[in-house]
Structures are given as C-alpha cells and as structure tokens.
Design a protein around this ligand. Structure first.
Ligand code: SAM
Ligand code: SF4
Length: 355
C-alpha cells in the first residue's frame, strides 16, 4: 500500500483539525468578494492539441515541477478548510493524469463531511467511457465536457488529431453513469460559427446544457486567434436568428450569461471574458499544476504555493498564510483584449492554468 493509499483510510490528525477549524473561516479579498471556488489544474499534459489552447509541439513540464497527488490533495484540502465550497479539477486533461481517480476519491471525503458542496471537473471527454462510473462513485455529479464541433473531420483539425467518436461515447457513458453534463464550446469564426445553432439543437435533444466561449488570448499558440475570434454579441445574433432566447437570471459568480431556448427548452450559456466586465462578482481563484496560485485569469499575479509546501512538509501554517496573502492581493479585474498585433494578454497557457 502506498503512503497515499494509506492516507485515504486514515486522514492525518493535522487534516482533520484543519477541517474542523476551517469551517468557521472564509476568504474575503480586498474588494469584499468571498472566495469559495477553486479550480485546480492537475496536469499540463493532454491527449489533444486544440489550436486555440496549445502549440502543436508543446513542451510539457518536467514531472518534478508538477504537484504530486499528495501535494494536490494537501493544497486543495487547505483551500477547503479556508472556505472553498466548490472545487473544479481541470488541466491539461485531468483524465490523463495517472492516479487521478485516486485523487478524486481522496478529495471526496470533503463532500462526505459537508465542507465541500461540489467536486467537479472539466474534461475533453476522450477517456470518459473508462472513468465516468468511478467519478460518480466518488461523488462527482456534474462535469463539463469541451466539444467544439460534431463534424469528425473538423474535430480532427481543431484538436489536431482527435477522434470525435470517443468523445461522443464518453458523453453517453457519463450520462448513463448518472453525471449531469454541460458542453463547453469555444466559438471559432472559421471552424464552427455557422454550426453553433445546430449544436444547441443537438445538445438540448440530449439534455445537455451548452455554453459558448469566446477565445481568450492566453499563451502562444501557432495560429492567430484574431482570425478566429467571434464576440458574444455576434454569437447572440447568430443564435437569435434561429432560436428564441429567454434571458435567465442565474448568478454563478462567473462570466456566463444564461438563456432558455424556447423551442428546445434547453439551457444556453455564453461566456464573455472579453466583451463584458464580470469581475465584480468574481468568487474564484486558480491553482496551476505547478502549485502557483493565480487570483485572476487575465492578470500575471502569482503566489508560489509549491515552494511553501515543499519547504514546510509538516506544517500547514505557512501554506495558509501564503494562500491568505495571495487572496489579499487579488486584482480588481482583468483587461483582456484581442486586436491585430496584440500578443497573449498573459504568457501562460490555459492548459497550465486550468480553464
Ligand atoms: N482538457 C480539458 C478540456 O478541454 O475540457 C480541460 C482543460 S481546457 C484548458 C478547459 C477549457 O478551456 C476548455 O473548454 C477549452 O476549450 C478552454 N480553452 C482553452 N484555451 C482557451 C482559450 N485560449 N480561449 C478560450 N477557451 C480556452
Ligand atoms: Fe487539451 Fe483541453 Fe487544451 Fe484541448 S482545450 S488542448 S483538450 S487542455
């Protein structure tokens, strides 16, 4: 039995104490926003190479730079102790990380205690057929699956070699296992814009919510994102030309705006990081797979929690202090823009930061 397996059976006194103390705590940033949502990238690696996300020949991080499963558990659990109620695991592709299900199992103890409200993940779906039942068994109830097209050839082009049929069967397996699935689709002017209204019909016929996302300028990729950018207002016009959109008043603390499509009865979200300022309600922070805390997706602020954890393997007080210090300088908002000649707004890739 590995030390990690042993820890599943017997959580350390430190962890129990931390959880008990933590419930009374909360994290409030300098602008009065309560931070209760953490996204953790568990790996920078992926079995796909989506054109807007990665360069074709990505150089991945050396293993020693990436947090171990034990470190991921330790840092995520500390955030839970400090008031995080919703935890989203992402990547890279979380389901390609070796031992990922063990991590989910380990983290699910916070669902059992009630400290955590929701444990969820964002995945490209290629390995869902294999893991959906395990995810459900360990308390995951909702997942986001990224899918940009229903055309196999186009899927192959966008993902640089992916197999659409694997994702489609992964989605079916997830639903069969009892998981609620939301589809995230990045709107791409040339590759899928014309197909998006039909994609909503496809999704809604299967009881899948659909969220459309504008491309964000994160990390160097090989293509010019300017050519692929479609703004939310253009998207809304495209959709409204086909469907009747009834705006919904759903507060998520995130950048999504939601509509009910009258004809299908399904949910349509639109994520608008570039077109609108959603920062005043921002409740989230992100942790990279290297243990760097970013309190804003669109700014370069960073706190190195890996160094703190490795310097203090048996004492969580410095980790808690570093998290609080990071939250204490969360920026008021981002200033993304896409224009000709603009490089990435932030140098890091979404796959490292976690989408
Ligand atoms: N591999 C998983 C997946 O694709 O769902 C999780 C990680 S991926 C980085 C998370 C989300 O970020 C995906 O929905 C993806 O489409 C989105 N994404 C990646 N790069 C992006 C970019 N530059 N602009 C907008 N969305 C992006
Ligand atoms: Fe991989 Fe997700 Fe990035 Fe696509 S968007 S390359 S699936 S991490």
């Amino acid at each position: 039995m590995s030390p990690f397996d042993a820890a599943i059976i017997a959580p350390s006194t430190r962890q129990v104490r931390k959880l008990e103390q933590g419930r009374a705590r909360s994290m409030i940033d300098p602008f009065g926003r309560s931070i209760d949502y953490l996204r953790v990238s568990v790996t920078d690696r992926c079995d796909l190479r989506c054109v807007y996300c990665m360069a074709e020949h990505m150089v991945f991080l050396p293993k020693r730079d990436v947090l171990s499963l034990e470190e991921l558990d330790r840092v995520a659990s500390t955030f839970v102790a400090l008031g995080v109620r919703k935890l989203r695991l992402t990547g890279g592709e979380p389901l390609v990380r070796k031992g990922f299900i063990t991590l989910v199992e380990r983290l699910s103890r916070h669902l059992a205690t009630g400290a955590l409200e929701e444990l969820t993940l964002t995945t490209n779906g290629t390995r869902l057929a294999e893991f959906a039942a395990d995810l459900f068994r360990h308390g995951v109830r909702r997942i986001n699956v990224s899918l940009d097209t229903l055309d196999a050839e186009r899927f192959k082009r966008i993902t640089r070699g992916g197999d659409l049929s694997r994702v489609l069967s992964g989605i079916e397996a997830a639903q069969a296992a009892g998981l609620k699935v939301k589809i995230n689709t990045v709107a791409l002017a040339q590759d899928n814009r014309a197909d998006l209204p039909a994609m909503a019909a496809w999704a809604h016929a299967r009881d899948l919510a659909l969220t459309l996302i504008e491309t964000m300028p994160m990390g160097e990729v090989d293509e010019d994102r300017t050519d692929q950018f479609v703004s939310l207002s253009q998207l809304r016009e495209d959709m409204a030309a086909v469907w009747t959109l009834d705006p919904l008043d759903m507060a998520t603390g995130g950048p999504a705006r939601y509509y009910r499509v009258k004809e299908t009865g399904g949910l349509l979200g639109m994520i608008t990081p570039l077109s609108h300022n959603f920062c005043e309600a921002c409740n989230r922070v992100r942790l990279t797979c290297t243990g760097t805390l970013h309190t804003c997706l669109g700014q370069d602020d960073a706190t190195d929690l890996r160094a703190v954890m490795r310097d203090h393997p048996d004492d969580d007080a410095p980790l808690i202090a570093a998290i609080r210090a990071g939250i204490g300088v969360k920026p008021k908002g981002h200033d993304f823009r896409i224009g000709r000649g603009d490089g990435p707004a932030v140098a890091r890739h979404m796959s490292t930061t976690g989408g």
